[in-house]
Design a protein around this ligand. Structure first.
Ligand SMILES: Cc1ncc(C[n+]2csc(CCOP(=O)(O)OP(=O)(O)O)c2C)c(N)n1
Ligand SMILES: [Mg+2]
Length: 576
């Protein structure tokens, strides 16, 4: 077997991925992966970005795939290189993001014999990979090339369709790994199908609801007027948020939408449900009799507990991707049809004059909560909640906001206003990791049409500080809003915070890092903002800058807990 055979096969494979619609590949360096990486890089319809750290590369691919909605290919060498993909592959599985993970490996005759950089890569990502296949290295006969074309299509469509997720192909590659003659233009067997069509097309399926589903939902809504619509993270259908808002308004039911749903909009949206539901009096007096759930469960713990504690409410989940978002076993019906299509049809069946008293009660409470929050934050210095509220009010509709796990995503959920022109909000909430956040945001920046802002804590930034390399190496621009409370501020809310020095050292993990040095190392701008005016000016400058800028806001973990408690009390008093 010659290198020409390997390259002919991989050229057909890459051509077929491009025909399916793949546009992005993230490569990492190595020797065994050379034919794989060069074949992707040389396919003109694919943009191949290079990442020297596979963990960063995989999270970058995740951000690209989330933002674009298309599968993204990853290619790396053998050994621990491939293992470094694992966190992003797990997140992609949990969050249902399509990835094509292409790892290079030794052929069977070199495995488990002490050959260099060889580890067991068979099913390396376990159940996180939706589909796994060993791909051997074979002479480029016509039937082999036809199989590789079919394989590329199958991998692409498998990652994208049904429940999207990562597909792992492990390529055994034999030496020589580089060509010693030009690759012939002709492909044995004649190449792909006419007209640039993929070998195998798989038109997307949108599951329309059946008449019985519609009848049942319409009957539920008629019989149970105290309904709520809960919307959590849903990244696939860009029209879903507006569709849910329209339905909630027509049905006159409160819409409790996490910003990750894109549905915190329209007159039925309730922005401050997290703060409202912390008040037992409010939560108890506003128990619904029907709950419609779309997308992931929102992050809010009070919301989750409220949903879990309901005995009499009928809970209906829309789950076209078979994701089973119901840890408490509260859901009575799962509708597998597309939620937007279903609710649009149901809204045609609603009684024309539904009572608006239930929705109005929620809206009055939300209004009161917003007033209490503003009155508490207004006179106080710049804080974590104020920062979230400020971003919620200021970011333009064309912006994409990437939010780190821990307190940033919670503050965005609690303090973002209702806005019809809200920015798109993305977050790695499949597995809730704080890892790979910077890289995910750069991947988003590579795919988004408008500016990208990252809201991140200091521990999460320290965790993926190497991701900053994309700023200069790939020439990508982000505004990074860093909340630096020198440790994991989220843990100060927990009982473990009473454990003194052990808590500080092993849980809060203060590090004392000055991220100005990280900014300097990675060629980024750096500014500190001490108050709201300073923050606004710094954000203006960062957004106009040609390079990535870190805008750092220093906060105090204990004061942050006290402020959150003060805010929750103020909301409770306002609605009590
Ligand atoms: C990879 C990973 N490791 C550990 C955790 C547990 N964890 C959750 S939040 C957090 C601290 C995050 O700190 P920071 O980013 O500074 O945000 P803050 O809590 O201060 O808002 C940690 C370590 C996690 N979610 N993911
Ligand atoms: Mg922190």
């Amino acid at each position: 077997m010659s290198a020409t055979d390997s390259y002919l096969g991989l050229r057909a494979f890459a051509d077929e991925l491009a025909r399916c619609g793949l546009r992005e590949a993230c490569t990492s360096p190595g020797s065994r992966s050379t034919p794989l990486v060069l074949s992707l890089a040389r396919e003109p319809r694919i943009r191949a970005t290079s990442h020297l750290d596979e963990r960063c590369g995989a999270f970058f691919a995740l951000g690209l795939a989330k933002t674009s909605g298309r599968p993204v290919a990853l290619a790396c060498t053998s050994g621990t290189a491939a293992a470094n993909y694992a966190p992003a592959v797990i997140e992609a599985h949990e969050a249902r993001v399509p990835l094509l993970v292409l790892t290079a490996d030794r052929p069977p005759e070199l495995r488990d014999l002490g050959a260099g950089q060889t580890v067991d890569q068979v099913k390396l990502y376990g159940s996180a990979a939706k589909w796994y296949l060993e791909v051997d290295d074979r002479p480029a006969a016509p039937e082999r090339l036809r199989w590789l074309r079919q394989l590329a299509c199958r991998a692409f469509w498998t990652a994208l369709e049904g429940r999207p997720g990562p597909v792992h192909l492990n390529f055994a590659l034999r030496e020589p790994l580089v060509l010693d003659e030009p690759l012939p233009a002709e492909e044995p067997g004649g190449g792909g199908r006419e007209g640039g069509r993929p070998w195998l097309a798989r038109p997307a399926v949108r599951t329309e609801p059946g008449p019985r589903t519609i009848d049942a939902l319409a009957a539920d809504l008629a019989a149970r007027p105290r309904a709520v619509l809960i919307a959590g993270r849903a990244e696939r259908d860009p029209m879903l948020g507006a569709g849910l808002a329209e339905f909630a308004e027509r049905a006159a039911i409160p819409l409790l939408a996490e910003p990750l749903s894109g549905a915190r909009r329209g007159p039925a949206a309730i922005a401050h449900y997290d703060a409202l539901l912390r008040d037992d009096g409010f939560a108890g007096a506003h128990v619904p009799d029907l709950v419609l759930r779309v997308g992931d469960l929102p992050t809010s713990k009070p919301l989750r507990q409220w949903l879990h504690g309901m005995r009499s409410a009928v809970q209906v989940a829309f789950d076209p991707e078979n994701a089973w978002q119901d840890p408490a076993g509260a859901v009575a019906t799962i509708v597998g049809a597309d939620p937007r299509a279903t609710l649009t049809t149901v809204s045609g069946r609603l009684e024309p004059r539904r009572d608006r008293g239930w929705l109005d009660a929620w809206r009055r409470a939300d209004h009161a909560a917003a007033g209490a929050i503003a009155a508490t934050l207004e006179p106080a210095p710049l804080s974590e909640p104020k920062l979230a509220a400020e971003l919620g009010a200021r970011l333009a509709a064309a912006t994409t906001l990437v939010v780190a796990s821990s307190m940033p995503i919670r503050d965005v959920e609690t303090f973002f206003p209702v806005r019809d022109d809200a920015p798109r909000v993305l977050s790695n909430r499949g597995a809730n990791g704080i890892d790979g956040t910077v890289s995910t945001a750069f991947g988003t920046a590579a795919a988004a049409h408008g500016p990208v802002v990252l809201l991140i804590g200091d521990v999460a930034l320290a965790h993926d500080v190497g991701g900053l390399l994309a700023a200069t190496r790939l020439g990508l621009r982000l505004t990074i809003v860093l909340i630096d409370n020198d440790g994991g501020g989220i843990f100060n809310f927990l009982p473990v915070s009473r454990e003194g020095a052990d808590f500080e050292r092993h849980v809060a993990t203060p590090h004392g890092l000055d991220f100005a040095h990280a900014a300097a190392l990675y060629g980024c701008g750096y500014e500190r903002a001490a108050d709201v005016d300073g923050l606004r000016a710094a954000l203006d400058r960062a957004e106009a800058a040609e390079r990535t800028t870190i805008v750092a806001v220093r906060t105090d973990r204990e004061a942050n807990v006290a402020l959150h408690r003060e805010l929750w009390q103020a909301v409770a008093a306002a609605v009590g």
